[in-house]
Design a protein around this ligand. Structure first.
Ligand SMILES: [Zn+2]
Length: 78
């Protein structure tokens, strides 16, 4: 799974189809992402200037959150 280095959103691209130098754009935050290397895939944001987008949304893909909720449930069982 290729994810956006800026907002961690999964990108709808196949890792195997990426080439070094390709430029993608993130649907979530609109960042332009250049493929810095493949295997492993590394993306770098092209718009480092004016990084104002701090509205990270961790709700979608946070596996840790499940753990936290499990613990909470256990407490409620007391
Ligand atoms: Zn993004």
């Amino acid at each position: 799974m290729v994810t956006c280095p800026k907002c961690e959103a999964p990108l709808d691209v196949e890792e195997e189809e990426l080439d070094e130098g390709d430029v993608l754009s993130c649907d979530e935050c609109g960042a332009s992402l250049k493929v810095a290397s493949v295997n492993p895939v590394e993306l770098e944001s092209e718009d480092e200037v004016g990084v104002v987008d701090e509205t990270f949304d961790y709700d979608d893909d946070d596996e840790d959150e499940d753990d936290a909720e499990d613990e909470k449930e256990e407490e409620e069982w007391h």
